[in-house]
Structures are given as structure tokens and as C-alpha cells.
Ligand binder design. Structure first.
Ligand SMILES: C[S@@+](CC[C@H](N)C(=O)[O-])C[C@H]1O[C@@H](n2cnc3c(N)ncnc32)[C@H](O)[C@@H]1O
Length: 294
């Protein structure tokens, strides 16, 4: 992230979700009705016009082929998992590296019974809070904002100080973030989740494949992906081996690990008129439940 600036990728993701709503209803992979309210003037002007959006998406496609489609696919997958978890009785939702995630405002079922903690780098969170106030007139009472640089401070310090209850059944959503963190920060966060959450708590996050990092993998898309991240001042730092996700998480206190690749999300969501839309097959999404020793 560039010094003193909100995350540019957080805004780009919201712009991709906003662009999705300009497609015909039967082609929309995710439905984030607030995304366009969170984006700044530049993306906002583009998102008002189908033509400008098509040009912007064509350009984005040249920078990282399939990036926009991958973002909307993972948002949809995580939305579906959140719905299941709400039905399963979660009491808290922690959104790590929330950016312009609008789930706290979109999922009305959360408001009466689930406290939401949005954790983010203070630079991005300041910008988000201003937007939330502008959109809704005030900050919603069921959301707690926790400004925290996870490379410098532990998740636990910030969350526990903010009223997080470690005895409650909690879902942690970590979308579009792990790739930007140093491996120690990923470990710290997983250790906090595994050791400080109520029975049945779970986590869902996306991750990059180690092969996309590997200099030997001179796959053109992976190269473009790495270069684009570096240009934006948010270089990729963390990845997992495609076949090592379950072992990685079970060593860190999780079970019921279910991992899907972007390519399988493409098969699930990009059918019929969407069949030609490409995703970046450079990562996956995984969810897992906290294993209890007792
Ligand atoms: C690509 S954005 C993802 C935003 C949102 N979750 C989404 O999917 O649209 C990455 C997010 O990680 C946050 N982030 C990056 N480095 C961080 C750090 N060291 N500590 C806390 N948050 C960080 C950024 O502020 C940003 O909101």
C-alpha cells in the first residue's frame, strides 16, 4: 500500500463489483448494490456508463487477464458461505482487510443479531468511514471499526480492545488480503482465530498459488499479475502450495478444510452467456472450521 494512502486495490475491487451490476441480470455473478457508492470520482464516472465500463474492463484485462471476473467470483463464493454461516448461527463477523466490503450493510440479517468488526489498515479505514457516513448518514450501530496495521500490530490486540468476544461463534472473512501480508502476519492471524474464538467458529479467505510466485513459472498471466501488484506499491508476499492448503491449515488448528480453485468457481458461476469470461487461475478460496481440543 502506498504511504499514507488508502489501498488502491480495495477501490479497484469495489469498482469491479460495481461494474458487475451494469451487466444484464442473468449475467451478474455477484450483487453488491453499494459498491458504486464506495468508489471515488474516477471510477465513479466510469461506472455510470456501460461503454466506459467496457473500455475500463478491457484495459484491466490487459493488465491482469481475468482479474475482474476472479474478484466477483470470490465475492459471490464468500457471500454464499456467509449466508450459510448466518443460518448456522454465527454471533460475530470479523472482516479482515475489509476495504470497501459492503457485507455489513448489504446483509440485513446481520443487523439484529451479529456484531460486525471491520478490521483494516488505518489509511484505508479512514476513507471507508467517511464514505459510510456519506452513504448512510451515520455509522451503523452493529459495526465496530478496528484500524490496525497487521504487519505491525497483532490482530488480537486491536480486536479484544474493541469489544470482540472470544467465546462467541464467529466467522472471519479475509478477502483479497493474505497475498499482501508477510507470512508471519498470516500465521499470527490464524493463531488468533484458532485460539480465540467460540465453538464452531470458522474462516474463509482467498490465497495465491505458490506457483504464481515462482520465478520459474514464466506463465505470462502470473508474470503480468506480479508486475501489476508491484507497480501499485502492493507487492505480493504470501502464497500457498495448491496441494498443501489442508495440511497448512490443519497444522494451525483448523479442520473441515474446503478449498476451491478459481477455475472451479468459473465452472460454477460462468455459464451460458458468461462462459467466455476468463478468471485468473492463480489462486483459490478456502474455508475451514476451528478445531477444538476438548
Ligand atoms: C485488495 S484489498 C481487499 C479489500 C476487500 N477485502 C475486498 O476484497 O474488496 C486489500 C485490503 O487489505 C488491507 N491491508 C493491506 N495491508 C494491510 C495491513 N498490513 N494491515 C491491515 N490491512 C491491510 C488494505 O487496506 C485493503 O483494504
Amino acid at each position: 500500500m502506498k504511504k499514507d494512502k488508502p489501498s488502491a486495490t480495495a477501490e479497484a475491487n469495489a469498482a469491479f463489483r460495481a461494474a458487475e451490476l451494469l451487466r444484464p441480470k442473468n449475467e451478474q455473478v455477484c450483487e453488491d448494490r453499494f459498491a458504486k457508492r464506495f468508489i471515488g470520482l474516477r471510477f465513479g464516472i466510469i461506472a455510470r456508463s456501460r461503454l466506459l465500463t467496457s473500455i475500463a474492463l478491457w484495459y484491466a484485462e490487459r493488465i491482469i487477464p481475468g482479474a475482474a471476473n476472479s474478484v466477483v467470483a470470490r465475492t459471490r463464493y464468500i457471500d454464499d458461505y456467509l449466508k450459510q454461516c448466518i443460518d448456522g448461527g454465527i454471533e460475530q463477523l470479523v472482516i479482515l482487510g475489509a476495504g470497501y466490503d459492503s457485507r455489513a450493510y448489504r446483509f440485513d440479517e446481520l443487523k439484529p443479531k451479529v456484531r460486525v468488526f471491520e478490521v483494516d489498515h488505518p489509511n484505508t479505514q479512514r476513507a471507508k468511514i467517511q464514505k459510510v457516513k456519506k452513504i448512510f448518514g451515520s455509522l451503523p450501530s452493529h459495526v465496530t471499526y478496528v484500524g490496525l496495521d497487521l504487519d505491525r500490530r497483532k490482530l488480537g490486540e486491536g480486536l479484544l480492545e474493541s469489544g470482540y468476544d472470544k467465546t462467541k461463534k464467529t466467522l472471519f472473512i479475509w478477502e483479497g488480503v493474505t497475498v499482501y501480508l508477510i507470512p508471519e502476519a498470516v500465521d499470527e492471524t490464524l493463531a488468533f482465530v484458532a485460539g480465540n474464538s467460540g465453538k464452531g467458529s470458522c474462516i474463509i479467505f482467498d490465497y495465491a498459488f505458490q506457483s504464481a510466485f515462482d520465478a520459474a513459472t514464466e506463465n505470462g498471466d502470473a508474470k503480468k499479475w506480479r508486475e501489476a501488484y508491484e507497480r501499485r506499491g502492493e507487492p505480493p508476499k504470501f502464497a500457498l502450495k495448491e496441494d498443501g492448503v489442508e495440511e497448512f491449515l490443519s497444522k494451525r488448528g483448523f479442520y473441515q478444510v474446503e478449498s476451491v480453485s478459481m477455475e472451479s468457481l468459473k465452472k460454477a458461476y460462468f455459464k451460458g452467456p458468461n462462459a467466455k469470461r476468463k478468471v485468473t487461475n492463480l489462486g483459490g478460496v478456502v474455508h475451514a472450521t476451528v478445531a477444538r481440543k476438548e
